[in-house]
Design a protein around this ligand. Structure first.
Ligand SMILES: [Fe+2]
Length: 380
């Protein structure tokens, strides 16, 4: 036992870095490295199997770990000091994918990461750069896509599995005779996030431009997190309402009737904005208490109007051979109308879970590929 560790009834206190930090005994027993099976990597210790709450009889630091002997178990636990440092510093274990979001405005177009498909598919540095851009900026453009339908599948599967939606595994954005969605017309498409009527609205969206020779049809993007932060600065109460209460969305046709509630502004445990959900064409009849709507509607409309300010909007032309990839919970997208008979416009789309993106980045980062070795934009 060292002087810097003091044992108490339900936990111990030790010096971690420059701070004195308390750790609960249950938590310490669960954090012992022996609780994770080295083969399956799964937890094999069940704290509910202990007859009595764990109580330390001694604790000391040895070889980079906190060692603990227990009153009713013939084991010496080892908890890595690195984990204790992370807990004392930030209250959670280190996560390589926990990168700060880079909020952006209308001048971001020239800085959107542009990475060749070959680099994403064939190089760990390229794939890490792609992942990092999606986590930090919420958007990236993959250039030089191989032609053909399988090209998109290969790109998505470099991160994880394709996630199906109500539209199936893929959707084709082009003019249809009997459209089931405004996207499948030549009309303008208001700024939105996709399919909030689904219980788990799509995570990452991929839009592979197969051809685009029409007049008009510029693609529109904005960073919903930046708009939400602007609302927080301008009207904290409006922000609170949109970040607290869920509202209903739908996706309805002859054979479909999806309904789900979503929060317009999403925040994480630290209160940071993680994204937004917005889709006025798929918004259902609000079911908040009527007197709450006296405040909710003005807050919602303030947010929509803020989102329409030019200072947030990036517009560029989707080019054949490129695939725009973006976080559907953060990046709000739309399209200007186009002249349907002026040429052809065909985008092939699909979705992938955001968890798969972070998983891929963590694995790469642990191997030393943090996404900083390549420039964010191709130099060719
Ligand atoms: Fe969309």
């Amino acid at each position: 036992m060292t002087d810097s560790i003091s044992l108490s009834e339900r936990g111990l206190t030790l010096e971690v870095g420059a701070v004195s930090q308390y750790f609960n005994y249950y938590w310490l027993r669960d954090a012992c490295i022996s609780c994770i099976d080295p083969q399956t990597r799964e937890r094999i210790f069940d704290s509910s199997a202990l007859a009595n709450p764990p109580r330390a009889t001694a604790a000391w630091i040895e070889d980079g770990g906190l060692r603990i002997s227990w009153a009713e178990e013939a084991v010496i636990s080892c908890v890595p000091m690195a984990l204790l440092h992370d807990m004392a510093k930030q209250g959670r274990p280190h996560d390589p994918a926990d990168l700060p979001r880079n909020l952006w405005l209308c001048d971001f177009e020239s800085r959107i990461a542009r990475i060749p498909q070959s680099a994403v598919l064939d190089s760990d540095d390229g794939r890490a750069r792609f992942c990092r851009a999606l986590i930090e900026d919420g958007i990236a453009v993959v250039t030089g896509m191989e032609p053909g339908k399988e090209s998109l599948t290969a790109l998505v599967e470099s991160l994880g599995s394709i996630t199906p939606s109500a539209e199936g595994y893929f959707f084709e954005v082009r003019v249809e005779i009997a459209p089931t969605n405004l996207a499948f017309t030549a009309g303008p498409l208001e700024m939105h996030t996709d399919l909030p009527g689904e219980e788990a609205a799509p995570g990452l969206q991929f839009l592979h431009c197969l051809e685009n020779t029409v007049e008009g049809g510029m693609s529109l993007f904005l960073d919903g997190a930046a708009v939400a932060e602007a609302l927080r600065a301008q009207d904290p109460e409006a922000f609170r309402l949109l970040a607290t209460y869920d509202i209903p969305f739908f996706y309805r046709h002859d054979t479909l009737d999806y309904r789900a509630h979503q929060r317009v502004i999403e925040t994480d445990q630290q209160g940071n904005v993680t994204g937004v959900t917005i889709s006025q064409h798929l918004q259902d009849t609000l079911d908040l208490p009527q007197d709450m709507l006296d405040d909710y509607y003005p807050a919602f409309i303030k947010f929509i109007r803020l989102m329409q300010e030019d200072r947030f909007l990036v517009r560029f032309r989707s080019q054949a051979g490129n695939c725009v990839v973006f976080d559907n919970h953060r990046i709000v997208h739309g399209r200007e109308g186009y002249v349907a008979d002026s040429g052809k416009r065909h985008l092939r789309g699909c979705y992938c879970d955001r968890g798969a993106l972070r998983s891929t980045y963590r694995v790469l980062a642990k191997q030393g590929f943090d996404g900083m070795a390549l420039p964010a934009r191709e130099t060719a």
